[in-house]
Design a protein around this ligand. Structure first.
Ligand code: CP
Ligand code: NVA
Length: 308
């Protein structure tokens, strides 16, 4: 792995994505067989949270423990960051104590700044712009189910948020076709879209943004969605419920996909809003495998980035 940080899937080479997935597969099998794989003995990961988390916190913490290391949870508001200490100084100080930093922040610039000023690897555990660890786990789950990624059709229906942006980066990187359907005014980030278009030209993938959810899902192998109001947008939740109602992932929409299609949602889900119980708990749902795979994929990322 050449990358020093995991800030965006766009920064990774296709070979590095393959390396992460192959190691994740190996570590998953070792964990299943309860075989020790303490590749990060004695290493410490600091985890900075500006936003809440269940999966990210638990999967990174358990992952570090399974690798023989440990993780520290730092709620940003309870640190001196909350009283105005600069990111610059925080990154430099943490780098003297720990072997890696995982950060979940509002501004994407915050993780970039931690990476710029610290001297240890920085992992993006979600920003307002991107959620790369989640989409790597999603792509790993798709690869497990279909045995490949190239040429598959992935439909993302809902808000053009951090998940949609990382899906654009990820699908373009691995040569899949991604169709994103959002209401007008809620499209993914234009800079991310342009970067994905460029990568898709090299990988043979395709990316398209549209407003019609039925057109996006038609014939898809994978159908995914995410919350309509992300962390930080709570005040817009009620208004968004009206705008996004036609984008609900329900049985009628899913019926337009292939019969063998799988359903993904990064969770937490707002059942009855962006996804119905019927779909979430139905036979096509792979959402809990997807959640489990955060652990295995992130262990691979940690083992590759935090090694000597
Ligand atoms: N999907 C995800 O990142 O979940 P958490 O917010 O619980 O970490
Ligand atoms: N788009 C969601 C993802 C949560 C894991 C958010 O940012 O809140």
């Amino acid at each position: 792995m050449r990358a020093r940080h995991l800030l965006s899937i766009h920064d990774l080479g296709l070979d590095e994505v393959g390396e992460i997935f192959d190691l994740a597969q190996e570590l998953k099998e070792r964990q299943r067989r309860r075989e020790p794989h303490r590749r990060l003995e004695g290493k410490t990961l600091a985890m900075i949270f500006e936003k809440p988390s269940t999966r990210t916190r638990v999967s990174f913490e358990v992952g570090m423990a399974q690798l023989g290391g440990r993780a520290l949870v730092l709620n940003a508001a309870d640190t001196q960051l909350g009283r105005g200490e600069t990111l610059h100084d925080t990154a430099k100080v943490l780098s003297r104590y720990v072997d890696g930093i995982m950060a979940r922040t509002f501004a994407h610039e915050t993780v970039l700044e931690l990476a710029r000023h610290g001297s240890v690897p920085v992992i993006n555990g979600l920003t307002d712009l991107l959620h790369p660890c989640q989409v790597l786990a999603d792509l790993f789950t798709i690869r497990e189910r279909f045995g490949r990624l190239e040429g598959l059709v992935i439909a993302y229906v809902g808000d053009g948020n951090n998940m949609a942006n990382s899906y654009l980066h990820g699908a373009a990187k691995v040569g899949a076709e991604l169709r994103v359907a959002t209401p007008e005014g809620y499209r993914p980030d234009p800079g991310v879209f342009r970067a994905a278009e460029t990568d898709a030209r090299t990988s043979g993938g395709r990316v398209a943004v549209m407003t019609d959810p039925a057109a996006a899902v038609a014939g898809a192998h994978v159908v995914c969605t995410d919350t309509w109001a992300s962390m930080g947008q709570e005040a817009e939740h009620e208004a968004r419920k009206k705008v996004f109602a036609p984008y609900q992932l329900n049985a009628a929409l899913l019926a337009r996909a292939r019969s063998e299609a799988i359903v993904l949602h990064c969770l937490p889900a707002h059942r009855g809003e962006e996804i119905t119980d019927e779909v979430m708990d139905g036979p096509q749902s792979a959402v809990f495998d997807e959640a489990e795979n955060r652990l295995h994929v992130q262990k691979a990322i940690l083992a590759l980035l935090l090694r000597e």
